[in-house]
Design a protein around this ligand. Structure first.
Ligand SMILES: [Zn+2]
Length: 230
């Protein structure tokens, strides 16, 4: 046997064992994630849709970006074998043609949907805008009357701060969705500001939308990992 062959054999088996170990670790991680979300129902809510574009800047509209980010989160959760539902899958709102108030009926339908599917948590995806165009960053909001919502928002905000120039703290908000969902745990995420030119550019790119979705997905998993088994 040649010298280099004698060297090659142990190196080959060493590489094989490292590969095997990496595979086992990845499999364990996957199993942990599946176990963390198992038994829970997660409701993903891409804000606005249809005639309601949400906030906008020239041709850049909030509802399209919300949907793109939300779909990515939804797909990642499906891979985790979670029970996950989404309020809309295309560019429409949930109100009837003859609704007196489209906005309120749309929100009520979303709330009805999440109640009917017995959602344990909801994650509503939005984008922000502000008159001061220097303001940027993802901001998480929680229900002031629910400790679990605050806990969920804190975990999520910490995760999203990886994308933010400046660290943000989760905030409470006087949202219709919060006031009308009773004890259902939930958060609203404003993923960034369309009024900030740099953030607007990033938010319109598929790559950054994916990054935001990955961050939110990780935040959801981290939250359920703290809850333990039910
Ligand atoms: Zn919005």
């Amino acid at each position: 046997m040649k010298k280099y062959t004698l060297f090659f054999i142990p190196v080959f088996f060493f590489c094989l064992s490292v590969m095997n170990l990496t595979l086992i670790t990845a499999e364990n991680k996957k199993a942990q994630i599946i176990s963390a979300v198992s038994g829970y129902t997660i409701f993903i809510d891409p804000g606005h849709g249809g005639k309601d574009n949400g906030t906008s800047y020239n041709t850049v509209v909030e509802d399209e970006i919300n949907l793109s980010i939300a779909n990515k989160i939804y797909e990642r959760l499906l891979e985790d074998q979670a029970r996950v539902l989404i309020s809309r899958v295309a560019d429409y709102d949930l109100s009837d043609v003859y609704a007196k108030n489209h906005k309120i009926q749309d929100l009520n339908k979303r709330i009805e949907y999440m109640k009917n599917c017995h959602a344990d948590v909801f994650v509503s995806i939005h984008l922000n805008a502000y008159r001061d165009e220097n303001v940027s960053g993802a901001q998480v909001f929680y229900k002031s009357n629910l400790d679990e919502s605050k806990k969920f928002a804190s975990i999520m905000q910490k995760n999203l701060n990886q994308l933010n120039e400046k660290e943000k703290k989760p905030k409470t908000g006087d949202y219709y969705l919060f006031k009308n969902t009773g004890k259902i745990n939930g958060i609203i995420i404003e993923c960034g500001f369309l009024s900030n030119s740099l953030e607007r550019k990033k938010l319109t790119s598929e790559k950054y939308q994916k990054k935001v979705a990955e961050c939110i997905h990780e935040g959801i998993i981290s939250y359920f990992e703290t809850k333990g088994r039910i």
